[in-house]
Design a protein around this ligand. Structure first.
Ligand code: NG6
Ligand code: CA
Length: 526
């Protein structure tokens, strides 16, 4: 355990005690309500940031967060693809408990139903003004999916966000338009937007029929409608005035975030901003000023672009005098992948870079590299800088951040979101999770469970994808159960399932109970 207590927090406790506030809640020092920004990278691996040991790339702004805050060596997201991690981050419930939480299609309806408690609705109840800016990928609209030309409802505004400015799914999926609150921005009535799964006309160029016109070729999938010289997943027509350039995505998120922080939000209220970056997801088409700036090709350029975004956010806070009043969490939605469908030289230029750090696997996998990702908390003046080995997960943020702002949540909400607030704040002796369940995509039946240094994997169909990040498409046959000692074998190579039978049985049972019980947060716990 290498975490620390803030002297500022200690001082506040002391002052409170001396002032005779004997009945003050345990968390008196944190009952102030900091602004909160959760910055979630997309497909950013543990080893993709220089504060976690990357040498082929330098991420000064992310490193600055780590230097001024707490860097976690066992920080996780809950799944190794986007939609289930984001579902769990918002609701505090493991995605494997709910059908339809795998990677969402462009036409997917809203996955989280209005009335569901989320990190945003809970913080809003606690007095926060709440915004999500960036990638959504959790579906929009009623059972028939998004009404692109009408009202996109339900969406973020129905589950706790006061405002949103979104990329609806991922940028390799159609359509390339922004959604602001309930509507596609800049859509004009005489050019309606149509989005679908089937090509509506043989005249509509695709990545197959017009492959020679593409500015970045595809390697698998991603060969349907072309926009901005890049073919995508899915088909669309119309909405031309609403379409954006891939190159401008990051600038747009930064511009909107600055507008929110500096102008739009009601002053006198703390804010919660979910900054959902798209870097370094495919297609890796960064702004011209970042193209060619890394030695890793477009994938590295995208990480540098993300780092720039973070610098812009922290500078904005500094300009507004909010640095010490703002808690920043930096995390990722799943582990890394090199070739994820476009020929962008991610493999060719990778060299000896270890995107997943010392871990095996990456995106789509329940090996550690799939979910053990960069994780930093930074709250200057309150969190004492350091490194923590405590286990924390994006799924815990709903309960823990609410706890930090002294807002209690209902027993039946956020069923898998544990209170690790003291660990996130680096308090002396604070403990993180005692166990963590990992999953890959939706309800595929692939799980990991980590308890202390032990990790059990369960692959229902005996297939593991992306076991080694450098061989993304490897669909490897694995035993249904594998057991690893992460202390001795962090890259999960030496299967001890047959020899450490007692440990194997305990973890197998604990995993099954976690699935069967419908919750892992103890009732009455908080
Ligand atoms: C996969 C896509 C991949 C990526 C992923 C979602 C193909 C062949 N692959 O289906 O490119 O879009 O979905 O990524 O289409 S995530 O980070 O949003 O989960
Ligand atoms: Ca992702």
């Amino acid at each position: 355990m290498k975490s620390f207590v803030s002297p500022f927090a200690e001082l506040l406790c002391l002052v409170a005690a001396l002032a005779g506030f004997a009945t003050a809640p345990t968390h008196a020092a944190e009952t102030t309500t900091p602004n909160i920004i959760v910055i979630m990278g997309d497909d950013v691996g543990y080893g993709d940031v220089s504060c976690n040991g990357a040498t082929a790339i330098t991420t000064p702004n992310i490193d600055a967060l780590a230097e001024q805050g707490l860097r976690f060596t066992s920080g996780y997201c809950s799944a190794s693809t986007c939609t289930p991690t984001r579902y769990s981050f918002l609701t505090g419930n493991y995605a494997f408990r709910k059908k339809g939480t795998g990677i969402a299609a462009p036409t997917a309806p809203a996955i989280i139903q209005p009335g569901t408690a989320t990190i945003a609705s809970l913080l809003r109840d606690a007095g926060y003004n709440t915004a999500v800016i960036g990638k959504w990928h959790l579906g929009l609209g009623g059972p028939n999916g998004p009404d692109w030309n009408g009202e996109l409802n339900p969406g973020p505004l129905e589950i706790g966000f006061d405002t949103c400015f979104l990329l609806p799914t991922t940028n390799d999926r159609v359509p390339q338009v922004f959604v602001e609150d309930h509507h596609v921005k800049n859509l004009v009535p005489d050019d309606p937007l149509w989005v679908g799964k089937k090509n509506p006309s043989p005249d509509l160029p695709t990545g197959v029929s017009a492959r020679d016109t593409l500015k970045m070729d595809w390697s698998h999938g991603h060969n349907q409608t072309i926009h901005n010289g890049i073919s995508r997943i899915g088909f669309y027509t119309g909405g031309n005035a609403a379409r954006f350039r891939d190159e401008d995505l990051a600038d747009t998120w930064v511009k909107q975030s600055k507008k929110f922080i500096q102008k739009d939000r009601p002053k006198g209220q703390p804010f919660f901003l979910f900054f959902a970056a798209h870097e370094c997801h495919v297609p890796r088409i960064v702004h011209e000023r970042f193209q060619g700036t890394s030695q890793l090709g477009p994938r590295g350029d995208a990480i540098l672009e993300l780092d720039w975004c973070i610098g812009e956010l922290t500078q904005t806070l500094a300009d507004e005098g909010l640095t010490n009043d703002t808690l920043i969490v930096f995390c990722s939605d799943n582990g890394p992948v090199l070739d994820d469908g476009y020929k962008d030289q991610a493999i060719e230029k990778n060299g000896s870079h270890h995107a997943a750090g010392p871990y095996s696997g990456g995106k789509y996998s329940v090996y550690e590299g799939g979910t053990r990702t960069p994780f930093i908390t930074c709250w200057p003046g309150t969190i004492k800088p350091g490194v923590s080995d405590e286990m924390v997960c994006t799924i815990d943020l709903a309960t823990s951040l609410n706890h930090i702002v002294d807002h209690h949540i209902h027993d039946n909400d956020c069923l898998d979101s544990l209170d690790v607030s003291d660990a996130l704040l680096g308090k002396a002796g604070a403990e993180g999770r005692d166990h963590l369940i990992q999953q890959d995509n939706g309800n595929n039946g692939n799980y990991g469970i980590r308890v202390g240094n032990w990790k059990l994997q369960r692959h229902e169909r005996g297939k593991a994808r992306n076991v080694v990040v450098e061989q993304e498409l490897a669909n490897t046959t694995v035993p249904k159960y594998q057991l690893f000692d992460l202390d001795a074998d962090p890259s999960e190579k030496n299967n001890l399932y047959e020899t450490e039978t007692e440990k194997a049985n305990t973890l197998t049972k604990q995993l099954q109970e976690a699935i069967d019980n419908g919750r892992t947060r103890p009732t009455g716990h908080y």
